[in-house]
Design a protein. Structure first.
Length: 285
């Protein structure tokens, strides 16, 4: 009988020890889970704070970029309305030119933002003559910046890309505008294009400061510029190259930037459209 009681006591002690050990393990696991949960909450809150700051910064950037041309347009309009008759023809022409320039800037900002939000669909049958679009873009750039050297265009005849004309127009216009803004005042941007076994290539180069690889890669992100902050020397929201990347990738191409010897070059690769263009010509014939 005594041995039985001793056995029961031993079993009870073992059960208590096992329960204590399992309870202790549960408490340790609970502490670990609470710590992980607390860390996760801190990380989520940090990301929320970062997102809120980015949202505030981007709203401020967008507001500034739209307010600036609107202020210029209003100032010119008020001057023309209040003192237009007393101004010389040259002064009136300058004010009207300023209004048109600011209007063009607003249109470009809106077009880039709209394209960035809806650039998802493609036309698989589209084929565009790169040489013609490049020439049109160069003429438009010269009209928008008559004080700058004209854009040099070198395109291999017969270069056709599988992309719609409006999309290619916006790609090259953004690249040329970026080159004019960030290049030297007396340097002429170079727009070149051709084709090889891999497809169609297009490059826009400008002479300016050399970029490191990290800075060059960030240029394709939205609201990003080589220079940032209130003291940056160029205008814009940093949407131009982001829109270029979106449009190029939608059409199955690639975009890259390189910098060497004070020259910055953005290269776009697209599928060649010569075969489709010849088929379309045969159908029309």
């Amino acid at each position: 009988m005594r041995a039985l009681l001793v056995g029961l006591v031993v079993v009870q002690c073992a059960a208590i020890l096992l329960l204590w050990w399992r309870t202790r393990a549960t408490r340790v696991e609970a502490r670990q889970l609470r710590t992980e949960l607390s860390d996760s909450q801190a990380r989520v809150q940090s990301r929320l704070d970062d997102a809120a700051r980015m949202r505030t910064d981007r709203i401020a950037t967008v507001s500034h970029e739209f307010r600036t041309p609107l202020t210029g347009i209003r100032g010119a309009a008020v001057t023309l309305r209040s003192r237009g008759e007393r101004l010389t023809p040259q002064a009136r022409a300058q004010l009207l030119g300023a209004v048109l320039d600011q209007q063009e800037r607003l249109s470009r900002l809106l077009e880039n933002m709209l394209t960035a939000s809806r650039a998802t669909d493609v036309d698989p049958t589209a084929v565009t003559d790169v040489e013609q679009v490049a020439a049109d873009v160069a003429v438009e750039a010269q009209g928008a910046h008559p004080q700058r050297p004209p854009v040099t265009v070198v395109v291999e005849p017969g270069t056709a890309a599988r992309i719609t004309r409006p999309a290619l127009q916006q790609i090259l216009a953004n690249l040329v505008d970026n080159a004019q803004q960030h290049g030297t005042d007396d340097g002429a941007p170079l727009l070149a294009a051709g084709f090889d076994a891999a497809g169609v290539w297009m490059t826009v180069s400008n002479q300016g400061r050399t970029l490191d690889l990290d800075a060059a890669a960030r240029l394709f992100e939205p609201f990003t510029q080589a220079q940032s902050g209130a003291t940056r020397g160029t205008e814009g929201m940093g949407m131009g190259l982001f829109v270029v990347r979106r449009l190029v990738e939608v059409y199955g191409g690639s975009v890259d930037v390189r910098s060497e010897s004070d020259w910055v070059t953005v290269e776009v690769r697209l599928q060649r459209g010569v075969e489709q263009r010849r088929s379309a010509e045969l159908v029309r014939a």
